[in-house]
Design a protein around this ligand. Structure first.
Ligand SMILES: [Zn+2]
Length: 267
């Protein structure tokens, strides 16, 4: 998947990347983004993880208007911060950060079955419900992180609603549940996830309706600069195109249009 060869330049919006990662230097990243504009980079959604990163996300959005961001309490962040005092402080920080510039969505929020020992389902569901309700109150879309437990996640969405839509990022659920997610009002995003089975991804690429399909790097990826991941994202568009019987340009341009509709980005 992550190849060295240069593909034709495709205009692609990266709908999920952690550009506010603590290991990233903002000046270096800004230089890299500037270079990527020349090879098709249309921007990115910087996905939220936890309150420690809010400041970096804000600085990035202020420095580059092609980046929009989501703020949330990621299930992994909640699992890593089991004490209620820290979690509630994170929640308050999230609420106030939503007033800041550049925030286009609430997320990541969701469910992760891998964390079930440290963070049981009932507790994960209560935090997911809070996140969904907060997004509805703020009239914002959501960025959902769902690993396993797609049935529970769909129930949460049914219970709380997603009146402003959103995305299930790095969609890894069953192909059979694609229509349920689409009916719930969500976009589904395919990622570079190297462990992803290419056949399943091709099946998903065919099953997701054109007007709900997004693509993402989900960077950082081990041993890849953001520029290399972006190149691989263009590669992913070509794979999706083969699966759907379309051109890579059609896939890239439509994903860019879909992301504009979802995140309220200007053309
Ligand atoms: Zn993420």
């Amino acid at each position: 998947m992550l190849t060295e060869k240069r593909l034709p330049l495709l205009p692609v919006f990266d709908t999920h990347a952690h550009l506010d990662d603590p290991d990233v230097s903002l000046p270096e990243l800004l230089r890299e983004l500037e270079g990527l504009r020349a090879v098709g980079w249309r921007g990115a959604l910087c996905a939220g993880y936890g309150p420690e990163r809010f400041l970096a996300g804000r600085a990035l959005c202020e420095a580059d208007d092609r980046v929009v961001r989501a703020c949330g309490l990621h299930p992994e962040w909640l699992a890593a911060h089991p004490d209620q005092v820290t979690r509630e402080a994170g929640w308050r920080a999230l609420q106030s950060e939503l007033d800041a510039a550049g925030v286009a969505a609430v997320g990541e929020i969701g469910l992760d079955r891998r964390a079930r020992d440290a963070f049981p389902l009932a507790s994960q569901l209560s935090w997911m419900d809070r996140g969904l309700r907060l997004a509805a109150e703020r009239s914002l879309p959501v960025v959902l992180h769902i690993v396993g437990w797609h049935g529970h996640a769909l129930e949460a969405v049914g219970r709380c609603g997603v009146p402003n839509g959103g995305v299930v990022h790095r969609y890894s659920g069953p192909v059979e549940l694609v229509p349920s997610w689409v009916a719930a009002g969500l976009y589904l995003s395919l990622s570079l996830e190297p462990r992803e089975d290419p056949e399943k991804r091709a099946e998903l690429a065919r099953a997701i309706p054109a007007d709900r399909l997004l693509v993402e790097t989900d960077w950082p990826l081990r041993d890849h600069t953001y520029g290399q991941a972006f190149q691989a994202l263009q590669d992913l568009c070509a794979h999706v195109a083969v699966a759907r019987g379309e051109t890579p340009l059609e896939v890239a341009e439509r994903s860019d249009r879909n992301s504009r509709a979802l995140w309220g980005r200007p053309a």
